[in-house]
Design a binder for this molecule. Structure first.
Ligand code: GLN
Length: 559
C-alpha cells in the first residue's frame, strides 16, 4: 500500500499539476432566486475535476432552521441526505451527480447551525466578558465553517455557494464573511456572481440593467465579482456582454452566458465552450494546461441526444405538482433511461387523485411504476391502488421508502387477507401493524435530525433481483425513515411470495422486499436515488428501467 504522500505525489504527477494552496471560489446570486447557482457550481466542479483537481462544493443557507429536515417539499423541495446522515439542501444532490464526490455534514451549513454554535460557545463561557455580536462572532463562525473542508488538505478547490439573493437581509453576514475571506486570501479566492438577463417580449429586447444593479448591490457590501454568469433564455450578443463587463468592472472574457438548455447535463460543456474553467483557473493564478477529460460525460450526453425510443415511467406521489420534490428520483430515472439508450417519458400521477375507477385510465401504457417516498396519510390510498393495479397487470414496479412500506401493506391486505393492515404512522390502532415504529424511535421526542439517517450496510440474498442488479451481496445505501417492516410478520410474507431479500446485518432490519413471481416488483427501505451519479448510476435504477424497457418491447412485439 502506498503512503498518502506517495498517492498525492502520483496524483499530481499524473495530471502534471504543481502542488497548490487550497483555492476558494464563492458563488453568489442576484436579481431573482432559482437561477441555478447549484448547477453552475456543480458544472464548474465537474470541469475542474475533469482537469485532475480535487474539488468539493459546499452550500451556506441563510435560513434559521438547523437543517432542511423539518421543512416540507412545498417550502424547500427535496431533502437530500448525505452518507453521514445529514439532511441537506437538494443542491448537494447536484454536486454529487455532477462530480461523483460524496458530500457530508460539512458541505451544508445554515444560519441556524452558525447561531447554535455561537450560542453554545457563549454558554460555555468562550467569550467571557465580551458582548457577542454578528460581527465578529457570527462572521468568524461562518469563516471557520467555510474553511473546514479546505483545512483537511483533501481538496484543491472549495466552491462555496451562498444561498439566497444579494440584497436579502438574512444573507448579509455571509456576504460580509466572503468579503473578509477574499481580502485575507488574496489571489486564492474568487467570486462568481450569477445574475439574470431578462428578455422583454413587448420590446423584443434583452435587458442588462438588473445585472448592473445586482453587481452594484454586491459592491456596496464590499465584494467586486471576478466573473459574471448571466442566466438568459436568449443568446446575449457579444457587444452586450462587453457593455456588462464595462459597467460591472469585470474583464470581457469573464462575462459568461448560461442560456437555457434542454437538460442540466449540457451546462458544463456549454460553459467550457466559453472557456469558463480556464478563466477561473487564471483568476486564481493557475495557467490552464490542456483540456478537461470529459470523455465519460460526453459519452453520456451522446447517449442522451441519440436516444430515439422512449421509456414511459409513472411516478406516483402526492407532491407531483412540485418540480423539485422528487429531484433525485427524477435524475436517477433520467440517468438510467439514458444508459439504457432511451428517452425518459416521465408521467406524474397524483396519488390523491388515483382510485380504482380511474386506475386503468391513469396507469395503462406505463412501462414501469415508481411509488414515491413520503410521510403521513395524505394520498396513501392512491399508492395502494397503484400497487394493486401494478401487481395485477404485472408491470415493473419500484417502491422507495414509504413506497416500499406501501408495497408491504397492500400485500398484507390483499394477499394475506389482513384487511386493516397498516403502518402505525397512518393508523396507530391497527391490529396488523405490518409497518411499525423502529424500537429506537419509540422514545424520541425531538423531530429534527432524529430519523434513521444516512448510509447503512445491507446484505442481499444471492438469488435476489437486487443482488443481480448490484452485482454484489453487500451494499450500502442511504436512509431517511422512522418506521420499518415488522419482523413478526416476516414468515407469513415469505410463505406467500413476498421475500425479504435485503437485511441490515447489524440490526436485522428489512431493507429490501421482492416478489420473484412478478416481472420486477422491488421495494427498498433505503433511497438508492441519493447515490446515483452520471459517472456511477444507481444499479437498481438501471435494472428497473431495463425491466421497463423489456416490458415495453415485449408488448410492442405482440402488438
Ligand atoms: N414515513 C415513512 C417513515 O418514516 C417513510 C419515510 C420516507 O419515505 N422517506 O418510515
Amino acid at each position: 500500500m502506498n503512503t498518502v504522500a506517495e498517492q498525492v505525489a502520483s496524483h499530481l504527477l499524473k495530471f502534471q499539476i504543481p502542488s497548490l494552496e487550497t483555492k476558494y471560489i464563492f458563488v453568489t446570486g442576484g436579481v431573482v432566486s432559482s437561477l441555478g447557482k447549484g448547477i453552475i457550481s456543480a458544472s464548474l466542479a465537474c470541469l475542474l475535476k475533469a482537469r485532475g483537481y480535487r474539488v468539493t462544493i459546499q452550500k451556506f443557507d441563510p435560513y434559521i432552521n438547523i437543517d432542511p429536515g423539518t421543512l416540507n417539499p412545498y417550502e424547500h423541495g427535496e431533502c437530500y441526505v448525505t452518507v453521514d446522515g445529514q439532511e441537506t439542501d437538494l443542491d448537494l444532490g447536484h454536486y454529487e451527480r455532477f462530480t461523483n464526490v460524496r458530500t457530508t455534514r460539512a458541505n451544508n451549513v445554515t444560519t441556524g447551525r452558525i447561531y447554535q454554535n455561537v450560542i453554545n460557545n457563549e454558554r460555555r463561557g468562550d467569550y467571557l466578558g465580551k458582548t457577542v455580536q454578528i460581527i465578529p462572532h457570527i462572521t468568524d463562525e461562518i469563516k471557520r465553517n467555510v474553511k473546514l473542508l479546505g483545512n483537511t488538505g483533501d481538496y484543491d478547490f472549495i466552491i462555496t455557494e451562498i444561498g439566497g439573493t444579494v440584497g436579502d437581509i438574512e444573507s448579509l453576514p455571509f456576504l460580509e464573511s466572503v468579503r473578509q475571506l477574499r481580502w485575507e486570501m488574496g489571489r486564492n479566492a474568487v467570486c462568481i456572481h450569477l445574475t439574470y438577463v431578462p428578455f422583454l417580449h413587448a420590446a423584443k429586447e434583452l435587458k442588462t440593467k438588473p445585472t448592473q444593479h445586482s453587481v452594484k448591490q454586491l459592491q456596496e457590501v464590499g465584494i467586486q465579482p471576478d466573473l459574471l454568469v448571466l442566466r438568459t433564455e436568449h443568446d446575449i450578443p457579444a457587444p452586450m456582454r462587453k457593455k456588462i463587463a464595462q459597467f460591472c468592472n469585470v474583464d470581457p472574457d469573464s462575462v459568461i452566458q448560461s442560456v437555457d438548455l434542454p437538460t442540466i447535463y449540457e451546462v458544463p460543456m456549454a460553459l467550457h465552450a466559453q472557456r469558463f474553467d480556464q478563466t477561473v483557473l487564471r483568476k486564481v493564478g493557475i495557467e490552464p494546461q490542456g483540456e478537461p477529460d470529459m470523455k465519460r460525460w460526453i459519452n453520456f450526453i451522446d447517449k442522451m441526444q441519440n436516444a430515439t425510443e422512449k421509456v414511459t415511467i409513472g411516478l406516483v406521489g402526492k407532491y407531483v405538482e412540485l418540480q423539485d420534490a422528487y429531484k433525485s428520483i427524477n435524475e436517477s430515472l433520467f440517468q438510467a433511461a439514458t444508459y439504457n439508450d432511451r428517452r425518459l417519458d416521465l408521467r406524474y400521477i397524483h396519488s390523491e387523485r388515483l382510485n380504482d375507477s380511474n386506475a386503468d385510465e391513469l396507469l395503462s401504457g406505463l412501462d414501469g411504476i415508481i411509488v414515491a417516498p413520503g410521510f403521513g396519510q395524505r394520498g396513501i390510498e392512491g399508492k395502494f391502488t397503484a400497487l394493486r393495479w401494478a401487481r395485477e397487470h404485472d408491470v415493473p414496479t419500484f417502491g422507495i421508502c414509504l413506497g416500499m412500506q406501501c408495497m408491504v401493506i397492500e400485500w398484507a391486505r390483499d394477499v394475506l387477507g389482513l384487511a386493516d393492515a397498516n403502518s402505525t404512522e397512518m393508523d396507530h390502532t391497527t391490529s396488523n401493524n405490518v409497518i411499525d415504529l423502529m424500537e429506537e424511535q419509540k422514545h424520541i421526542s425531538n423531530m429534527g435530525g432524529t430519523m434513521r439517517l444516512g448510509a447503512y450496510d445491507c446484505e442481499l440474498r444471492p438469488d435476489s433481483r437486487a443482488a443481480r442488479a448490484y452485482g454484489s451481496t453487500r451494499i450500502s445505501e442511504r436512509h431517511r425513515h422512522r418506521y420499518e417492516f415488522n419482523e413478526d410478520y416476516r414468515e407469513r410474507f415469505e410463505a406467500s411470495g413476498m421475500r425479504c431479500t435485503g437485511i441490515n446485518p447489524a440490526s436485522g432490519l428489512v431493507e429490501v422486499v421482492e416478489v420473484p413471481s412478478l416481472r420486477w416488483y422491488v421495494g427498498t427501505q433505503y433511497h438508492p436515488e441519493y447515490s446515483s451519479t452520471v459517472e456511477s448510476p444507481s444499479p437498481l435504477f438501471l435494472d428497473f428501467v431495463a425491466a421497463a424497457v423489456a416490458y415495453r418491447d415485449e408488448r410492442a412485439a405482440k402488438a
